[in-house]
Design a protein around this ligand. Structure first.
Ligand code: SAM
Length: 258
């Protein structure tokens, strides 16, 4: 690592705490028949530990200057692909592999946390789980419960797709170079798809949370509010509540019946 020039533009803060690396890699239990996709392997700290599973392992890294660090990790079950993860057509990419379960793991720059998660969701790939390092405040938002100020559009959307589990908090001191903020590793475990009009659900969530301080009555003027009011009342709410007070089940009920 001595001669490596860390690049800010790629959010390169490499993990150096072995205990945290263990906790990340131990968050999954794949078999040799499964596929692990690592996003942003960097110096290979996580990659190296993932090899213990003897699963097919593909790591996707944007920075070709990491080649001297990553290429020695390649073997018949481990390969490195140099590409921007956000530009990859994931369904096409996965067609090249046969596997039972798919696990994803990534310690990525924080500015692409949401685009990465949305890319994975929108690709509708057959995912078991995604273990990801996020800024601590972002984890608080993802794990928030209704009625708190952290609870928002992404909380509901993510909880629709995943069970969210906190793996561990990570101090900024556990990285080289040291970033400005602390982090949290979370595991997103894929839930069954529900039989709803997903695009409508997403749009409805966006509209409900459009002006966070406003009530649903104000944010949902373009909708049939009588029907929505009925479903809200059945769930113990009303149009005078704000979106941040409404739980996932109620949002789903509205899309099914409202
Ligand atoms: N996983 C390593 C670790 O834990 O030490 C490196 C983590 S570092 C925070 C993020 C890594 O993601 C960097 O190696 C960076 O070059 C890579 N990266 C940034 N943007 C990327 C993208 N769009 N696609 C793939 N890799 C990316």
């Amino acid at each position: 690592m001595d001669n490596f020039r860390f690049k800010k533009r790629y959010g390169q803060n490499f993990l150096k705490n072995q205990d945290i690396i263990e906790q990340i890699t131990n968050s999954i239990s794949p078999t040799p028949k499964d596929l692990i996709v690592e996003i942003g392997p960097g110096g290979g700290a996580i990659t190296r530990k993932l090899k213990k599973y003897d699963s097919r392992l593909v790591a996707i890294e944007i920075d070709e200057e990491t080649k001297p660090l990553l290429n020695p990790l390649e073997d018949e079950k481990t390969s490195i692909k140099y590409a921007d993860f956000l530009e990859i057509d994931l369904n096409k990419f996965l067609n090249d592999y046969s596997y039972e379960k798919l696990y994803m793991i990534g310690n990525l720059p924080y500015y692409i946390t949401t685009p990465i998660i949305e890319h994975i969701i929108d690709s509708r790939i057959p995912l078991e789980s995604l273990t990801i390092m996020v800024q601590k405040e972002v984890a608080d938002r993802f794990l928030a419960i209704p009625g708190t100020k952290e609870y928002g559009y992404m909380t509901v959307l993510l909880n629709y797709h995943f069970d969210i589990k906190k793996i561990t908090d990570v101090s900024k001191k556990d990285f080289e170079p040291m970033p400005k903020v602390d982090s949290t590793v979370i595991k997103l475990i894929k839930k069954e798809e529900q039989d709803i009009d997903y695009d409508r659900f997403k749009q409805f969530l966006k509209d409900s949370f459009k002006f966070k301080r406003k009530t649903l009555n104000n944010n949902l003027k373009a909708y049939n509010r009588e029907k929505i009011q009925k479903v809200l009342e059945d769930n113990g709410f009303s149009l005078s509540n704000r979106a941040e007070e409404i739980d996932l089940k109620t949002f789903i009920d509205i899309i099914k019946n409202g």
